[in-house]
Design a protein around this ligand. Structure first.
Ligand code: 6LW
Length: 570
């Protein structure tokens, strides 16, 4: 190639390079702080409570902070997380852990317990929440429960004559207490039209009293280009109302746009509790709807404020960490941000709105949340609070064996793809790079008896990694169920490696690997880097997130067999 030609090519490449850098600068420049982007937390990447923990509500009792989140069809309901530094949070129990108080029988996936509110007042903790999707004649709707100690016992829920969802409480300094929630107006102007109402509540009798007053109507903002950001969905689903009092003003916050990409959070204020409420000119103060749906944190909204002992305010909120614009395996997680007050309005701290990084996670950029694996112990007679059931267990089909540091679960007819209560115990998948392993002792006594591990999103979306009795003998099998399938698809199977086997599941973003063997250092793959994006697809587990669990079933038949799981590490 002639020198002339080579210099020409080098000059050409240089020009391309300069243009690219120029463009890059441009895009980054665009992402550097712009006042109108003040409502973005583009620097926030880590949840304070990772994994399926949506609709967080927070309160303070002295130096102790407590957060509760919604749990839909899972039991126990409404986990309570405790912290003293707002950074490290530990699950200390649940608000709804008595099967007599929480009836989730036949509640469909993503129904059940919706967004709760926790408040602390004069030595008592109060929780309000909504139970949806109950069978006719069963308890459902809004309820209130109380406790002196957040670890429990919590009182039996008292069901309230209140419409809608997302109930909250406000303790006014005149000693009166007020209930606020959202509801669908009879004469709704569009399907997703909601209003916020306020009514006094008599806590002694747990009854709403006095007039029920509408204090906010989404119709005032529908397609008006204010809180909706010009999107037709922006004023949808006005929900998650909370009221606070500060400097003589009553502040009302709500979320709108729905809990996914259009999610947004706004504030209103009034000198009078029952309004009228004026809208914050900077609304919404938090939304990532203007960012790519593949941005590393999306769906920000559903917030609740708390003031710490130094008078600094903080807001917990939900958000999602997509793997790509259509894949949200971990579901809605709990985040926290400091909040500043300026000109009588809450706002996000400026430094949170400046962006130094690229728009989203490529596979390589998935954050290596804490990837350490710890041994989970089975001590005493009870399971530790993290272990979760699908719906309310109505019989003791599991048994903790402290001596063996193991748990045994009985095979029962119920299966994962039914709206029932299977012999399944799960933990929230709370990191993109997770590893769950166990030593399982199990031998099918006849065809159809099955036990092993699962990655479960809902009855239509799961992986099963199980030992199963088949016509061809006992098999170790990897299978999956995805939307539209009427039966599980077998991905791979091998003859059973024996009565006692180590099973291990490892995730790396959307890829899941399944290993088995006699010892940790002798494991073989039954499936390597199997695509699990279906677990995070829009169709999967609308309001929930992926759960990793141990499972046993007799697939519809009667059985007296059990499976024993020990040496569980996660
Ligand atoms: C929650 C409500 C919501 O009550 O979903 O989409 C419900 N928004 O705020 C369940 O998470």
């Amino acid at each position: 190639m002639s020198i002339r030609k080579r210099t020409g090519r080098i000059r050409f490449t240089l020009i391309i390079l300069i243009c690219t850098i120029w463009n890059l600068n441009e895009t980054l420049a665009q992402q550097v702080f712009q006042p109108e982007n003040r409502n973005r937390l583009t620097k926030v990447v880590k949840p304070i409570i990772p994994g399926f923990n949506p609709d967080p509500s927070i309160c303070r009792a002295g130096d102790d902070f407590y957060i509760i989140t919604s749990t839909n069809e899972y039991f126990p309901g409404l986990p309570i997380y405790h912290s003293r530094d707002l950074a490290t949070w530990r699950m200390i129990g649940h608000v709804m852990s008595d099967p007599n108080y929480l009836d989730l029988d036949s509640v469909p996936g993503s129904k059940g317990l919706y967004a709760p509110t926790i408040r602390y007042h004069e030595g008592i903790f109060y929780v309000t929440c909504t139970l949806t999707g109950s069978l006719p004649g069963k308890p459902s709707g809004n309820f209130i429960t109380t406790a002196r100690d957040p670890r429990g016992p919590w009182s039996a829920p008292v069901w309230l004559d209140a419409p809608g969802i997302d109930p909250s409480l406000f303790f006014d300094d005149n000693g009166k207490v007020y209930y606020q929630g959202n509801y669908t107006p009879e004469n709704k102007q569009w399907a997703r039209h909601r209003k916020i109402f306020l009514q006094e509540i008599d806590l002694k009798d747990a009854k709403l009293i006095g007039p029920r007053v509408d204090i906010l109507d989404a119709a005032d903002y529908y397609q008006k280009g204010t809180i909706d950001g010009g999107s037709e969905f922006g004023a949808d689903y006005l929900e998650a109302p909370h009221i606070y009092k500060k400097d003589g003003y009553y502040y009302l916050t709500t979320s709108h746009g729905g809990t996914f990409q259009q999610h947004a959070l706004s504030f209103w204020r009034s000198r009078h509790l029952f309004g009228p409420y004026e809208s914050n000119p900077a609304n919404p103060i938090l939304t990532h709807r203007g960012l790519s749906p593949a941005f590393r944190v999306t769906s920000t909204g559903h917030g609740d404020l708390v003031m710490d002992t130094e008078g600094q305010w903080h807001m917990t909120f939900l958000a999602r960490r997509p793997l790509d614009s259509n894949t949200h395996i971990l579901g809605r997680e709990t985040f926290l941000t400091p909040v500043e007050w300026k000109d009588g309005w809450p706002q996000l701290p400026e430094h949170q709105s400046q962006d130094a990084g690229g728009p989203h996670f490529g596979q390589s950029a998935i954050p290596r949340d804490d990837t350490s694996v710890r041994k989970l112990s089975f001590k005493g007679s009870r399971l530790s609070p993290e272990w979760t059931f699908i719906r309310t267990p109505r019989e003791n089909w599991w048994e903790v064996n402290s001596r063996k540091d193991a748990v045994s679960i009985r095979l029962r007819p119920d299966i994962l793809s039914d709206i029932s209560q299977p012999s399944w115990l799960g933990l929230r998948q709370d990191r993109f790079h997770a590893q769950f392993s166990t030593s399982m002792k199990f031998k099918p006594e006849r065809e159809g008896e099955e036990a092993g591990l699962t990655v479960f999103r809902d009855k239509d979306h799961y992986f099963k990694f199980t030992l199963i009795g088949t016509k061809e003998g006992d098999m170790l099998q990897l299978s999956k169920r995805a939307i539209g399938q009427t039966m599980d698809t077998v991905i791979s199977r091998v003859p059973s490696p024996g009565k006692e086997v180590i099973l291990r599941i490892t995730s790396s973003g959307r890829w899941y690997s399944f290993e088995y063997g006699a010892a940790d250092d002798q494991l073989k793959y039954l499936g390597k880097d199997v695509d699990g994006a279906f677990l995070g697809s829009p169709a999967a587990g609308k309001f929930t997130g992926a759960m990793i669990g141990i499972y046993a079933t007799s697939n519809g038949l009667k059985s007296g067999n059990t499976a024993v799981f020990s040496d569980v590490k996660y």
